[in-house]
Design a protein around this ligand. Structure first.
Ligand SMILES: NC(=O)C1=CN([C@@H]2O[C@H](COP(=O)(O)OP(=O)(O)OC[C@H]3O[C@@H](n4cnc5c(N)ncnc54)[C@H](OP(=O)(O)O)[C@@H]3O)[C@@H](O)[C@H]2O)C=CC1
Ligand SMILES: O=C(O)[C@H](O)CS(=O)(=O)O
Length: 479
């Protein structure tokens, strides 16, 4: 296809230079497996170079004023908005999601850059009256230093913006390892950052297929003071363990298994619409997708009927085609995972009401699927599906469904549809997640604290809380 190649970068970005490497790796279009780019394959040596560049740049970047950092982030934001269409096209080609969703991601990512250009101006300390009256107690907020960032393929631009913006606003510098499936969005954002005037060495990007090796360099370097990661819980645990040797700060946005609960007093149409929005965004490849759908027995049959009509009407195809809603999963591993979970659920007694396999027309697209008679002891209810598959579980009372919702080791997002304000108060308190949507299936925005509890990770991204992850508190006692 004729793609705008202005922002198509295939080299590594280290210390403001575009660097070629001895080896390269292909980036494929998930729709047709066509090769769209051949990208520099960085090694541990490149990682060391990038860390040194970030450490050197930190010595000057940390002395910039908050106003200077704010203005540079605003310039980056404006260039991102100006190039939103090209960035969206690049994102769809490397990740597969519908162009309209990709544009939404670009604007969503940009909103974090704008938000933290403003938050940079509000990094204030404290003056505290001393208990004995003869000391000055000062609290200073200082940048932690060089940050190692590892990002996933499901939101390849927004996860860059959501981590880099607060880091730079705080005065930190960054070394980024993007997902090997989707490095192009990260490289394009680095290009725009350089054009916005962000100094050499502040942002460094290491595309690679040697993620484990590069991860070890980042977590073992005494120059790297923090690791920020979004991805699977399994990899998050590996990184937390590796970061322990250096006592690095960590922000971990890990896997989820969101319960979506439809109570007997729910607005049924709203609940169906909310589930459609939550489940099928990015073809189910988000960490906050509804993963277990609990429907009160009194509503179950009517809910299934309404839902079936909407799911059956979804349009499958190439993300670049206007109107397409369901697109390929990121790779064969993701397709096999979703199909395997559907198969095991059916073998364990679930009923396939809609879909259940791969599209007959598009081999990389899993059909939007509805499984009924699912139970919480099935594998599909215990794992993050990361595919367009709805699992319907019937329930009869509040205690039962809250206990079932909490019966998993992760706790990122949850959703509930009910009008009962006493029940809402109880759900906010008792559901073990970092975030809960009440009568909505979409809760992510730059002004809210995004993050999880239990094995969904630690730290928060976005909101007034997001910048704290990139700051150290220093107490000065002055007589
Ligand atoms: N919470 C979320 O938003 C996400 C959750 N997931 C969950 O993870 C499952 C698997 O998806 P997958 O893409 O494999 O996610 P991973 O967690 O494996 O990958 C996420 C990022 O971590 C990198 N990575 C993988 N292993 C290591 C390592 N040992 N050290 C350093 N970096 C590493 C990957 O690099 P590389 O690309 O080279 O493998 C990628 O950049 C999904 O099915 C889903 O359940 C996945 C993505 C996002
Ligand atoms: O990793 C993800 O799936 C995203 O954080 C979800 S969201 O922030 O785009 O909702």
């Amino acid at each position: 296809m004729d793609m705008n190649k202005e922002l198509l970068k295939e080299q590594a970005f280290i210390n403001g230079e575009w660097i070629s490497t001895d080896n390269t790796f292909n980036v494929d279009n998930p729709f047709d497996n066509g090769v769209i780019a051949s990208v520099a394959d960085c090694t541990e040596n490149h990682a060391e170079q990038a860390i040194d560049a970030a450490a050197t740049a930190f010595e000057s970047w940390k002395t910039t004023t908050a106003k200077e950092r704010s203005e540079l982030l605003l310039s980056w934001y404006k260039l991102t908005i100006d190039h939103a269409d090209e960035l969206a096209e690049l994102l769809t080609i490397e990740q597969g999601k519908p162009l309209e969703e990709a544009k939404g991601e670009i604007l969503y990512g940009a909103s974090y850059i704008k938000w933290f250009s403003e938050e940079a101006l509000r990094i204030n300390g404290d003056l505290i009256p001393s208990p004995d009256g003869n000391k000055d107690i000062q609290v200073h907020k200082l940048p932690v230093g060089v940050v190692g960032i590892i990002t996933p393929w499901n939101f390849p631009q927004a996860m860059i913006a959501r981590k880099v913006a607060p880091a730079l606003a705080a005065g930190c510098t960054v070394v980024i390892k993007p997902a090997s499936e989707t490095p192009l969005s990260a490289l394009a954002m680095a290009d725009l950052a350089q054009k916005a005037g962000i100094p050499d060495g502040v942002i460094n990007i290491l595309p690679t297929t040697s993620s484990s090796d590069i991860g070890k360099v980042l977590t073992s370097s005494p120059l790297v003071r923090k690791i920020s990661f979004t991805g699977s819980t399994a990899v998050g645990k590996t990184l937390i363990a590796q970061s322990a040797d250096n006592v690095q700060k960590v922000t971990m946005e890990l896997g989820g298994n969101a319960p979506f609960i439809v109570f007997d007093d729910a607005n049924l149409e709203d609940a169906v619409d909310g589930l459609m929005a939550s489940k099928f965004r990015n073809s189910g490849q988000t960490c906050v997708c509804a993963n277990r759908v609990f429907v009160h027995e009194d509503l179950y049959e009517e809910f299934v009927k309404e839902l079936g009509n909407k799911v059956s009407a979804l349009t499958l195809g190439n993300g670049l085609t206007k109107g397409v809603e369901i697109t390929p999963l990121i790779n064969q591993k993701g397709i096999d995972k979703a199909l395997g979970l559907i198969k095991s659920a059916a073998e364990e007694g679930a009923e396939v009401l809609v879909g259940g396999g791969v599209s007959k027309e598009f081999e990389n697209i899993v059909q939007p699927t509805i499984l009924s008679k699912v139970t919480t002891d099935m594998d599909i209810a215990k794992e993050e599906i990361f595919g367009p598959v709805i699992t319907l579980i019937s329930f009869s009372d509040d205690d039962e469904v809250i206990s079932a919702a909490n019966s998993v080791p992760v706790g990122l997002a949850a959703y509930a549809y009910t009008e009962d304000r006493h029940r809402i108060k109880r759900l906010i308190k008792d559901i073990e997640t970092g975030m809960i949507g009440i009568n909505t299936g979409m809760l992510s925005n730059e002004m809210a604290p995004f993050g999880g509890v239990k094995e969904s990770g630690m730290g928060r991204e976005g909101s007034k809380y997001g910048i704290s992850d990139y700051l150290d508190i220093k107490y000065a006692c002055i007589v």
